[in-house]
Write a protein that binds this ligand. Structure first.
Ligand code: GDP
Ligand code: IMO
Ligand code: MG
Length: 423
């Protein structure tokens, strides 16, 4: 039985949480494969809006088990808050949420190091969510990290102390003005670790292998988006993990030949939160309208998201790098009311027209070349079938399918679970 993937094709916040929640009824297991609490995945159903950071987005469904894979980094303090927010839903967390022993832990000092590094960078800052993601993955690849499985050992507090002491020396090295009370942060951390230890830790690669063998259906949930991938994103303005399809293999221990469908999610326009190049970014009324109508504020940090037209050069690249087999277009409703819709189909790159994503996409190198098409006025939010969609939107969808050579199987017309049109 193949493992399907669901991942973001832009700079994150495409609506992954919503679609995982919609698709969970078809799966036995939902498994997060990378990232950490830098993610904010929003789900809306029955009048409730819920934001998940580390916990997979299948958690509200009784039929599915949720796995936090080895590729994920876990902050026990944030994890505890997520668990607290789930209490009212009476979920059997011990059997429905399983955690890989190989997942790495975010320590309080990782968060401080993130802040020190960003402060030291000044204007060149990444715009990190400051959740300690970069420093934790640095310790992972530097072979210094602490893992969930370490918490089952007697000496984990000594290991913690040695690493935290080293981090304090590193924070001093940055020589920047950040204030903190480590003793207070540690009290919170140790209390949260005790709560984490009440959960079920597993050898997730073995669990997923056996599940596959016995015919269970698995959906791997990505965080962030392809353009934030550590290798293929707009480096250095990226996150510190592989957000693309290959990250699901390393982040879960699933062999490449076991990957089935690759479901790629994109917004009908583009957003980005944090720093870094964004060729189709708008600084005008259109961009302001997208942000306002689309309520484009970060689910984790509350920062306003930068908005712009759809960038097909970047989207094609993401489809290619991930081997996307199905596309899902989100937030089509936000574009209702625009007189015309623009799509970037090529770049003017240093005077030459190109259709691939070049090494440098900074504004001084790249000017987007747009195709313009007719907009639509209809409110889509109450529509429930593909036939009802306005002709101009149907043309937009056909145009994208032709350009990307992959079918669009879902059109999302609102944040709620039910506002999802299957094609
Ligand atoms: P994720 O990180 O990919 O899970 O996405 P986020 O939750 O960070 O951001 C997506 C935002 O758009 C959330 O506030 C969702 O509730 C909302 N959303 C998802 N799909 C739609 C849609 O089709 N239309 C509208 N208007 N909002 C949507
Ligand atoms: P979801 O899963 C949007 C961005 C940050 C910053 C850069 C690096 O909700 O789509 P980091 O905290 O990883 O060091 O930040 O990546 N970023 C996201 N942007 N959605 C996310 O996750 C993001 N996670 C990180 O804004 O630019
Ligand atoms: Mg998000």
């Amino acid at each position: 039985m193949a493992v399907d993937l669901l991942l973001g094709l832009q700079w994150g916040d495409e609506g992954k949480g919503k679609i995982v929640d919609v698709l969970t009824k078809n799966y036995d297991i939902i498994a997060r494969f990378q990232g950490g609490p830098n993610a904010g995945h929003t789900l809306e159903f029955d009048g409730i809006k819920h934001v998940l950071h580390t916990i997979p987005s299948g958690i509200f469904h009784k039929n599915a088990v949720n796995v936090v894979g080895n590729g994920v980094v876990i902050d026990p303090v944030i994890f505890k808050k997520e668990l607290d927010a789930l209490k009212e839903f009476k979920i059997d967390i011990k059997s429905k949420l399983l955690i890989s022993r190989k997942a790495h832990l975010i320590l309080p000092t990782h968060r401080l190091l993130d802040a020190a590094s960003e402060t030291a960078k000044g204007k060149a800052k990444i715009g990190s969510t400051l959740k300690g993601i970069g420093p934790t993955y640095m310790d992972k690849t530097g072979r210094n990290g602490m893992r969930v499985g370490d918490l089952e050992m007697d000496d984990w507090k000594e290991k913690y102390r040695a690493l935290a002491d080293k981090h304090e020396a590193m924070i001093d090295y940055y020589n920047v003005d950040i204030e903190y009370d480590l003793a207070e942060l540690e009290t919170d951390f140790f209390a949260s670790v005790e709560e984490l230890k009440q959960l079920t830790f597993i050898d997730s690669e073995e669990y997923l292998f056996q599940a596959q063998k016995s015919g269970k259906k698995i959906l791997a949930e990505g965080a962030q988006g392809s353009l934030l991938d550590i290798d293929f994103g707009t480096y250095p303005f990226v996150t510190s993990s592989n957000t693309t399809a290959a990250g699901a293999c390393t982040g879960l221990g699933v062999a490449p030949n076991q990957i089935g469908d690759v479901k790629g999610i994109f917004k009908a326009y583009t957003t980005r939160v944090g720093s870094g190049p964004f060729p189709t970014e708008l600084f005008d009324e259109d961009g302001e309208t997208m942000g306002r109508v689309g309520n484009e504020f970060g689910a984790t940090t509350g920062r306003p998201r930068r908005c712009g037209w759809l960038d097909l050069v970047a989207l094609k690249y993401a489809v290619q790098v991930n081997g996307v087999t199905q596309l899902m277009m989100m937030k089509a409703d936000v574009l209702s009311g625009f007189e015309s819709i623009k799509v970037c189909t090529a770049y003017n790159y240093k005077g030459e027209e190109i259709t691939h994503l070049p090494y440098n996409i900074e504004a001084e190198n790249v000017t987007p070349i747009y195709s313009e098409m007719k907009g639509w006025k209809e409110d889509l939010t109450k529509m429930s079938s593909a036939e009802e969609l306005p002709e101009a939107l149907k043309s937009y969808i056909s145009f994208l399918e032709k350009e990307l050579e992959v079918p669009i199987t879902i059109v999302s017309v609102g944040p709620d679970r039910t506002q999802t049109i299957l094609r």
